[in-house]
Design a protein around this ligand. Sequence first.
Ligand SMILES: [Zn+2]
Length: 272
Amino acid sequence: METGLSFCRRRCYNRNTGQNNAHRLVPGGGIVFIAVKGKSLVFFGVLVCLLLAVGLRAAYPAARSVFSPAEKDGVVYVLDPGHGGEDGGAVSASGERESDVNLAVTLRLDALLRLCGRKTLLTRREDVSIYSPEAETLRQKKASDLKNRAALVNGTPGAVLVSIHQNSLPTVPSVHGAQVFFDRKGMGAALALSVQGALNRSVNAGNEKQEKMIDPSIYLMKSVDCPAILVECGFLSNRDEAARLQTPEHQKTLTAAIAAGILSAEERETAP
Ligand SMILES: [Zn+2]
């Protein structure tokens, strides 16, 4: 899941001199020197944020819109904490279950988006799987759960799906960081770009990742007919990140970044 090039580098790759890692290209224009010290670092940090904000707007693709001005007020963010109940998802070395982290992050994101006046709907609010009564085996329950989540999303007018998961790559435990994926029709591509940018500037600083189209094997993401993103908040297979993901501080930083990315995408697409 390691993607290599950061947002900035990807957008400006053809302008990269390739000669010095201390340089980072900014979409809006010049090169910012990040190898500075003390107060200069603070100053340059602010400058980088400003340039990124301007550059992101300039570089933002005019591709498919997630929101139109008429639709903005009708948008319902369907927040989906992945897994739940008997399906714990990935598990860290010290036994933390992905489903629990997903729920904690999603409940915080729900509170934040509601505070900002957005409409939300959650696929689950507790440690449960939402399978139908006829499902018996774990496999049937998982399939039924995902089918019911997809039906909930597709039955919600104005839905924009935000699915929350945690990643795991035990064979390469050094891999860490948050990454955003979008639906295979590309309807959520602009939203993913915005959320990935916000995550890169916060929890991924120095370890920037690039948003990607979701793998076709992910049932929920390929079964919904609305803009959809899936946020892998971090790697439970990385010991340090697994510990951070349990903390309210890190969860707040994550949700603030995700919410900021969502609101920025709204603003860009609905600006006159
Ligand atoms: Zn998962």
